[in-house]
Design a binder for this molecule. Sequence first.
Ligand code: ZN
Length: 440
Amino acid sequence: MEDNILQQIDLYLKTLYPINRSITGKGNEKTLKILQEICPLKIKSISSGTSVFDWTIPPEWNVKKALITDLDGNVIVDFKNLNIHLVNYSTPIDKIMSFDELDKHLFYLKEKPEAIPYRTSYYKRNWGFCLSYNQYKKIDKSKKYHVCINSTLDDDGKMVYGELYKKGKSKKEIIISSYICHPSLANDNLSGLLLSCFLFKTLSQIDTYYSYRLLLVPETIGPIAWLHQNSTKNIKGGLVISCVAGPGPLGYKKTYLGDHKIDKAIKYALNKEEYIEYKFEPIGSDERQYSSPAFRIPIGTITKSKYYEYDEYHTSLDNLEFISSVNLLKSLTIYIDTIFYLEKNQKYKRKFNQCEFMLSKLDKIYPDTGGTISQPSLIKDHTSHTYTPKSNGNILDCIAWLSFGCDGKNSLFDIQEMSGLSIDDLIYSLELLQENKLIL
Ligand code: ZN
């Protein structure tokens, strides 16, 4: 089963990587249609020109071709070989010009001579090409060049995004948001898009307490538009999924509150891993919009090779060789575990509140406790939740704390914090008590 999911991830990475994505355009729609094979996303849109808070939905950008040739027809740079060669949102042009004029529109990285940078110009009309410094050095500076960008910026166009709602027992909602606007860049953020869809596929197979909403939106303008058009009154927290399949360390960026249940669930999920903890700052991804003063939604992020933290970031070196499906699956497991803990964090009540339970009546619990029941896994095939407690003593401690704490007011996380016991032992014991109908 694990091999099967790795194969699926690899296949989708290869299919989706070459597509030219941006904040608008046909590439985004094509990407969403392919992702619909994983989970039944609704493809929604908002018209170009619509005002959303301080912003306006830009014209829809599409590209037919974009290349630089010399006057003998030799190709210098061609968008069709790699879409990040073209500055995203480049305006159309068809002109012969001197190298000096062209040079003002060329972007390269002297310090990383083999890398092609990724550049955008969404809100300032301009055009440009990105190339490696090695390529740049080879250009004959005495020649003239023909620049041809056949692109359109359509004021009657639209911005598309993907949305999927999964109803839980409660109307309380958790949003899972990832961004669709990056073209051929693998870790940032094809990995996040794909992980979000597999996470939702997993969620669709189980009954949940929370309702969940998946949003696959262009970064920044996407959440701004969504927040403008929709109510957030049921949203209690969220996860922004970005950069999840690199070879670097696992990371966790805190919510703006720092100790919200989202933070706690992530820490439980990362408990057995080495990871870097990043403080909240209003710099980064779409938590900037969701956590702004009008909404204040606590948003956490789990990463593997976090944006800004790897050399390949926003260059052609962030490609399919840089990431792996094994890394993506690792991050997926941690996101699934995060949701597992979040779901378990209820305020439980006892069947009756008076005194201790008489455990000796229950042969599964006392005195023969261990190993009789294994914790059911949230998702059978790719989660670490097949848990066996280390000792009966731990379980008896857990039962004592659960008997004390489950008064309908304390959450499971509260009981974990007051007892200092392992969350997994507590969940194991909780399920034992629930099976015996002592905790409801
Ligand atoms: Zn980025």
